[in-house]
Write a protein that binds this ligand. Structure first.
Ligand code: DON
Length: 305
């Protein structure tokens, strides 16, 4: 096992300089290309780590998995999927064009920004403060942590510069898909994207999914089996955006990336995986993260196909 883990890390380190950190959220530009690491958690909670596995980063789009699970637990699948489809787009995560031209009545899936914002708007809570408190508490349950918080600087940075998300949200308000106060929902979405975690934390979320909703350490049920199944399926078809097909062929596991450089993976019945490397490829996925996942998949036979 050790030799495969060392090899995967080395592959990640080698490709990291070929990517670029995200700059469209100014605070993310501070990420370091040379930070590379991963964690693997088996379903008894044993952890295997390499490199910068405990360095915190903002989870960004990985939180779309968290909020989709919470919305499903809050409202059930019938209600959630009356507001968002579950179809892949083949488009970038923040695309406006495909949404407006192809499918204006509701967003394609909960993993693109439009769909994720609608899902976030559904989360139970009287106020924005109550909703973010519930999202943070639920994140803690999935990660097996007492306290989860979001990074104030990254949140403010995205709030200031998130014009694309603002236009998507107001477009959805104009068509009636987005209910409630648009600025509050955007604010909540920006807070959610700035949630801090590390490879160990996301490996733990992956392990919950891999074990059909049971926490690997506490052995408590955190989410319904069916909700874990739905989310893993949507991660497989949509989790890596317009690279989801290629990633499914190369690695073959449900995964979700974030522009902070993290990727969450679930190897059903076996492991949760968290990989990290802030340098991204052209499609906004961690270049080292993908390389390490593919290497681990080959050597440890991850693929579900
Ligand atoms: O909405 C955004 O643009 C970011 N907060 C999150 C995007 C993201 O992580 C896309 N993932 N690869």
């Amino acid at each position: 096992m050790d030799i495969f883990l060392d090899k995967a890390l080395q592959k990640g380190v080698d490709v990291a300089p070929l990517g670029q950190v995200a700059t469209y959220i100014p605070e993310l530009a501070k990420g370091s290309v040379s930070d590379v690491g991963f964690a693997l958690m088996d379903l008894d909670g044993h952890m295997y780590t390499r490199g910068q596995a405990e360095k915190n980063f903002t989870l960004q789009s990985i939180t779309k998995v968290i909020t989709l699970l919470l919305a499903l637990e809050d409202l059930g699948k019938e209600k959630v999927f009356t507001h968002v489809h579950m179809e892949p787009t083949g488009d970038p995560f923040n695309s406006i064009m495909s949404f407006e031209v192809k499918n204006p009545e509701k967003p394609f899936n909960p993993m693109i920004n439009a769909g994720a914002m609608v899902v976030t708007s559904l989360i139970k809570g009287e106020t924005k403060e109550e909703k973010i408190r519930r999202i943070l508490e639920f994140s803690g349950k999935l990660m097996g942590k007492e306290e989860v918080r979001f990074d104030q600087e990254v949140y403010l940075s995205e709030k200031e510069t998130g014009h694309r998300n603002r236009s998507l949200a107001y477009f959805m308000k104009s068509t009636g898909i987005m209910k409630g106060d648009v600025e509050d929902i955007l604010d909540l979405y920006f807070m959610q994207c700035s949630i801090l975690g590390n490879c160990v934390d996301i490996a733990c979320i992956g392990a919950v999914l891999a074990s059909n909703g049971i926490h690997p350490i506490t052995k408590e049920r955190v989410v319904k089996k069916e909700h874990a199944r739905i989310v893993k399926t949507i991660m497989t078809t949509c989790g890596m955006y317009d690279a989801s097909g290629e990633f499914a062929v190369a690695c073959g596991i449900p995964a979700k990336s974030g522009v902070g450089g993290g990727v969450l993976g679930a190897v059903p019945g076996r492991y949760g995986v968290g990989v990290f490397g802030p340098a991204l490829d052209k499609k906004g996925n961690s270049i080292a993260g993908i390389e390490m996942l593919i290497s681990l998949s080959k050597d440890l036979d991850f693929t579900i196909f």
